[in-house]
Design a protein around this ligand. Structure first.
Ligand code: HGY
Ligand code: MN
Ligand code: MN
Length: 363
């Protein structure tokens, strides 16, 4: 970004921020970008493609100034893998990265604030990360991460809404005991209970159209092969385009857990770490993205995002829209995640057309 003459900084949340000045000092600004982090054993495109693609869009301006500034943001810690809470970087821009979140601990007991200091940044200056200028909106470039565009044979998708999500941590606590001497009818086996519950999670989701529910992480304690597990902990990720359907699904899944724990003589606990509503993209911004796709010569397809994005958080303060790129074979959060170079070129071209659309509106 510096080689493009952009001023670049890293804010107190670790977000990478590059500014391409507008024609006037106090020009409003357009935000574009995505996140820099990803998940374990991931592919090479979730998040960071959107940041690099944004830089390519600014590069294709060849230094031209517009009636608005362009700020490229590479968000830190969108996935929530380390601290169990997603969207940490983007919360800093809207001023909700609060003291409670800074005290969240990772698996090694290090807090968000300590991780920020370890990175050489100062969490006490977090307020400087908050958006203060007049913002025209935020356009996020991102791979679809699902099969829709690939099955339709389309390079690009225009996102209308991003589905809401519930993230939670659950634990089943029974009684550890000797694996060899404890008869089956005297056991309060935490792994047996959580295994039964995980199957109930899957059958609930299968039975509810549009509901997806995932247990991606699980730990058992004490974790020895000849000890009946006294405790089992797991993550829960539930999503649905309708907030009412999502919360009803979560309620059914959690009451199934309570029934299983009661019947097996265990204690069940749950703490919800994220309850993110479904977010609608701004209709006018979506229209501008659609015009840009059409002017760039590509077919139009509106869609909903099953994946969560920083745009959900920015939407609390500014207008947002997203442009999706096709995910060949619909794979993501996996080393086989791919993009097609022609689709990347289509997205850069569309990004440029989008700037021209905004230029017409703000000349
Ligand atoms: O989990 C998600 O939807 C995104 O990858 N953070
Ligand atoms: Mn992701
Ligand atoms: Mn992502």
């Amino acid at each position: 970004m510096e080689s493009l003459g952009m001023s670049v900084s890293v804010d107190s949340a670790g977000n990478l921020r590059g500014l391409h000045q507008g024609l006037h000092q106090d020009a409003p600004r357009l935000l574009i970008g995505s996140h820099l982090d990803t998940v374990p054993c991931a592919g090479a495109f979730d998040g960071v493609l959107g940041v690099v693609l944004s830089i390519a869009v600014v590069e294709s301006l060849n230094g031209r100034r517009l009636p608005f500034a362009i700020e490229i943001v590479g968000f830190s810690e969108e996935e929530g893998v380390r601290f169990g809470v997603p969207f940490i970087g983007s919360r800093a821009l809207i001023g909700t990265l609060d003291a409670a979140l800074l005290e969240k601990k990772d698996a090694h007991g290090r807090t968000v604030a300590q991780a920020i200091r370890d990175f050489g940044l100062d969490p006490s200056r977090m307020s400087e990360a908050i958006l203060k200028e007049q913002v025209l909106g935020y356009l996020e470039f991102h791979i679809e991460q699902g099969p829709v565009l690939d099955e339709l044979g389309l390079p690009l998708g225009v996102v209308e809404a991003i589905v809401g999500q519930t993230q939670a941590r659950v634990s089943f606590r029974g009684r550890a005991n000797h694996a060899g001497t404890t008869p089956m009818h005297l056991r309060h086996d935490a792994v047996g209970a959580i295994a039964e519950w995980i199957l109930a999670v899957e059958s609930e989701a299968r039975a509810t159209p549009g509901l997806v529910a995932t247990v991606g992480q699980m730990e058992t304690f004490p974790g020895a092969s000849n000890v009946i597990a006294g405790e089992a902990r797991a993550s829960l990720d539930v999503r649905h385009a309708s907030d009412a359907q999502r919360t009803a699904g979560v309620d059914r899944i959690l009451s199934a857990a309570k029934d299983i724990a009661e019947r097996r003589g265990l204690k069940f606990e749950c703490s919800v770490t994220e309850d993110q509503q479904t977010v609608a993209c701004d209709p006018n911004l979506v229209l501008a993205v659609e015009k840009a796709v059409a002017h760039a010569g590509f077919p139009l397809h509106r869609m909903t995002s099953g994946a969560g994005h920083d745009a959900m958080i920015l939407a609390q303060k500014v207008r947002v829209a997203m442009l999706f790129l096709r995910s060949p074979s619909g794979i993501s959060h996996h080393p086989d995640e791919r993009v097609l170079p022609d689709d990347v070129a289509a997205a850069v071209n569309t990004g440029l057309r989008f700037l021209e659309e905004l230029e017409k509106l703000h000349a």
